[in-house]
Design a protein around this ligand. Sequence first.
Ligand code: GYE
Length: 351
Amino acid sequence: MKKRLLAVLACVAMTATLVVGCGGNKGDGSAEGGDNSGGDDVITVGFSQVGAESDWRTANSESMKSTFSKENGYELIFDDAQQKQENQLTAIRNFIQQEVDYIVLAPVTETGWDTVLQEAKDADIPVIIVDRMVDVSDDSLYTAWVGSNFKLEGEKAAEWLNSYAQAKGLSEVNIAHIQGTIGASAQIGRTEGLEAADKYGWNIVAQQTGEFTQAKGQEVMESMLKQYDNINVVYCENDNEAFGAIDAIEAAGKTVGPDGDILVMSFDTTNAGLTDTLSGKIICDTECNPLHGPRVEEIIKQLENGETPEKVAYVEEEMFAYDDTVKDVTVDGTKYDVTKLTQEILDGRAY
Ligand code: GYE
């Protein structure tokens, strides 16, 4: 196992030079290590986060920061890569140099990780992948992954749309598809889920990335509305894109909602997303749970105890809709409930 930080010594060393708290939040923070003799044994975790592009991401960062806190016995080196893979590669190399105990990576896209993960392996540092997946030639380049089944999310959403369109007697389904960051697992899976619904004879009139951000979602929706006047469904790959799309639709003088011109579908079920679901602005929101901190901690605890964590672990997720037109959806023979959202449910949610 790598060198461990001594919490007390690290704090003393840091406060001697800078007035910052322990658990610095930049990848360039130095991690001077001691050995394990005497003092508290602190586990150092280097976390390379994608960025801060969405409400989901904020909730995810908070979950990681509150789990890997000093009080819980960790030194977290948090690096925000601003949605750039090159920044993530640099962060991981810094973590290796700093001899952290664990590297946690939330990869922006799936490909391009083989070399740097080999470097981590050579340095004997376990790598835990969280949220999106990596596509590597050798699975031993990471220890474990925990995240969502993005394809299933997309398939559930598509099945919901099919049932809803049938129940409402929609004769045409003309979809504007606002995708996430191209090459990210969440984009790949949610896009696959929608495209598999080809069999329903829908018309995907336009497809473009909104990069999981509100600003880009709005921009893309604006241009799609200018080009096509028959759009009656917008399939957004996250809540923030949906917020932007709704703004663009309303600015164009159209309405959203069950009785409006356009149905807006989304993923994530963040608090703000579900607030829009309660009013019908988002007609159906498929959950993607961001609270991965405790899940990653569980993996680390297993490794600390010499146990082998599950290589791939999917999180169970729900679906929420404005009304109960569709009560459940079936994907690959499994039935999933769709919950009609209420204020009470919204109030009880953690993110
Ligand atoms: O849906 C989106 C975020 O990878 C699951 O990334 C995550 C996605 C999430 O920016 O809001």
